[in-house]
Design a protein around this ligand. Sequence first.
Ligand code: SDX
Length: 427
Amino acid sequence: MSDKAILEYGGGRYEFPVIKGTEDELAIDIKTLRAATGMVTLDPGYKNTGSCESEITFLDGEKGVLRYRGYSIEDLAEKADFLEVAYLLIFGELPNKEQLEKFHNDIKEESQVDEEMKKILDGFPKSAHPMGVLSSLTSALVAFNPSCVDVSSELAMYNSIVRILAKFPVLVAWTMRKKKGLPLDYGDDSLGYVENIHKMMFKRPNQEYKRDSIAIDALDKLLILHADHEQNCSTSTVRIVGSSHAGLFASLSAGISALWGPLHGGANQAVLEMLEAIEADGGDTKKYMAKAKDKNDPFRLMGFGHRVYKNFDPRAKIIKKSADEVLGSLGIDDPILDIAKGLEKEALEDKYFVDRKLYPNVDFYSGIIYRALGIPTEMFTVMFALGRLPGWIAQWREMRLRKEPIGRPRQVYIGETLRSFVPLEKR
Ligand code: SDX
């Protein structure tokens, strides 16, 4: 196959290199397009546009394949833990025992959050959405860690990374406890990374912390499954904010805001609210399927469809199986799970969904597990952000180390052409 693409237009003939990725993906390199032709491309939502070359995550939407640094999501979810996966995504290799131990110890060293941060948290009303609180607290962290990342120093980069991996879970736990009116809990360095997150979130002030293995293992798996997903909306946001050389924490804060949207990470909360509405409506899934297909109705079947996956989202398969296991182990019989399964079955047999290749995505079943673990619905997207943190860090680090240019797309102007100014008295 030729390694050149030809564009013929207006009597001109232009050649552009075709590049091939390690998984045989092909791309037309149009870096010289405007200089050669005076034209730009137009691609709202970047459905056909690659923003970068990356070594971190590969996914094949047609085949439902997802790999982090070459390892399948199925293997990692089954055999690794979240801290190992975070190390893999960020530094490119699975850590050996010593590397993992040092990584965890370095994170523990940074796990204190300045007491002054509590004043910012206290400034929010209890009704504040946790994603808005988390994005603000993450941005506020810059004030307490003013040194922007000196990317020319691997040590400065490493220190910034372990700092945010240490403090972000504290902010997540504090955000939830504030909403629940609970005193803010500090971590316990003797615990595992995810075990400590569970402790900070759930330890009751008047009781000893009791390790809940089922919950911790479920949480660990969910965090792995959310850890990265190539150039999705929030990751692209982290990259483009970071491309202006804004610091890591500021870029992450922007990514949290992008993830908040119900079309993106906010979908896991919207799915649970949809399932609860269906339950309240007597379990009438057919009514909601009709709404989802009605072009005049803005309602969408939340947790269904995906920009890239035109087959099953592999994460959804794993989470669906885990939901059965977790609820079974906890002895929870949640009618919402049955409604979700009924909805999935109907959609997979419905022409509208089949024709549009709309399958359950990562958000469809995850909230059922979060709910079983006692996590409030409004915190579901915060849990998505906690999982996605290492992916955002990895992508930001890659973008900076590769010295990518500042992101600045072009446009096609369709507004007014030049016209003369009309004084106020004549308008
Ligand atoms: C995430 O990109 C990532 O990787 C994201 C993510 C990650 O890990 O970072 O995977 C996480 O964000 C998962 C997606 C969570 N969002 C939802 O579950 C919200 C519901 N789904 C959608 O709104 C939608 O499917 C998107 C936003 C996910 C994808 O939208 P696209 O790719 O822009 O597709 P589209 O809106 O152009 O839809 C194509 C057709 C349209 O119908 P027609 O105009 O062709 O007739 O499918 C229809 C849409 O109306 N459609 C749906 C639908 N999703 C698409 N119809 C009903 N219900 C839906 N959920």
